[in-house]
Design a protein around this ligand. Structure first.
Ligand code: CP
Length: 308
């Protein structure tokens, strides 16, 4: 199958065939990261710009590593060290970067829709590395890759996503992706963190964690998005953790072989207790990070015409 897209803006627009192609391509790239010389010449001569207007450890580093392992030239730009601080607009920034002829621009921005705007303005491929509370497609792809590796499939699994659904771009992208791939997705969070019409996305939503995780194959915990909350939507972190933190007692409601996921960064003791986060028999949090490099290699490869 030829990959026809110019951009990766969201999971909502990807077909099951496209998701499968990305995951299969990523699987074929996994091995490169285990070699002594972790580099292939596939993207020699290509240029990737990582334009990050929000903080990031995992996404930015893995895009840079992904580009470098494929021999692309990678350039990182943070808003704080760019001319954005002098008042330059996103559109002017993008047009100036376009004039330097990169091949791919990866963007993270606090405004939902910022990557979509760029995609209409510049000829280069745009990858959404997280736009506000809207989508984080590469996170959902690496999550799906991790689930597929650990469980052998996605279709038919019960996947519980717990926490701040309203402000989570990770939740939204995973709901789109996991339901398309045939999983049963259930959510739990405080009513103030559950969008009113969320069940229209084909999921079940509960306000008690204990109602969502029974018999789950996968328990995906979300980070509390304090930076996106315009007002206090729960009384205190302590109260939140008493009701929604995953720990050694409530995890027993899930299947015995359930895996535990978290996109990071973790607020230990708030969303997930340290013993569960560090329990290598259940926690696949660092496997998710590992898959992130392969997924981003696959996207850079496919967008630059690698499988034509
Ligand atoms: N999961 C994720 O997007 O992490 P970063 O914010 O560190 O990139």
């Amino acid at each position: 199958m030829k990959f026809e897209r110019k951009d990766i803006l969201g999971i909502s627009e990807l077909s099951v065939n496209e998701i499968n192609l990305i995951l299969e391509t990523a699987e074929s790239f996994l091995e490169i990261s285990t070699r002594e010389i972790k580099k292939v010449p596939t993207l020699r001569g290509k240029t990737v710009i990582n334009l990050f207007f929000e903080a990031s450890t995992r996404t930015r580093t893995s895009f840079e590593i992904a580009g470098k392992r494929l021999s692309a030239d990678t350039i990182n730009i943070s808003a704080s060290t760019s001319s954005v601080v002098k008042g330059e607009t996103l559109i002017d920034t993008a047009r100036n970067l376009e004039a330097m002829n990169p091949d791919v621009i990866v963007i993270r921005h606090s405004a939902a829709g910022a990557p979509h705007l760029l995609a209409t303005l510049v000829k280069q491929s745009i990858i959404n590395a997280g736009d506000g509370a809207h989508e984080h497609p590469t996170q959902a792809l690496l999550d799906m890759m991790t689930i597929k590796e650990k469980k052998g499939k996605i279709a038919g699994l019960k996947i519980a996503i717990i926490g701040d659904i309203t402000h989570s771009r990770v939740a939204r992208s995973n709901i789109y992706g996991l339901t398309k791939m045939g999983a049963e997705v259930v959510l739990a969070g405080p009513s103030t963190m559950l969008p009113r019409d969320i069940e229209q996305m084909g999921v079940k939503a509960y306000t008690k964690l204990e109602d969502a995780i029974p018999d789950a194959d996968v328990v995906m915990m979300l980070r509390i998005q304090l930076e996106r909350q315009k007002q206090n939507i729960f009384p205190s972190l302590r109260e939140y953790s008493q009701r929604y933190c995953l720990h050694s007692r409530n995890i027993t409601l899930a299947r015995k072989d359930a895996i535990v996921m978290h996109p990071g960064p973790i607020n230990r003791g708030v969303e997930i207790s340290p013993d569960i986060a560090d329990d290598s028999s259940r926690s696949v949090i660092l496997d998710q990070v590992n898959k992130g490099v392969a997924v981003r290699m696959a996207l850079l490869y496919l967008l630059t015409g690698g499988n034509e």
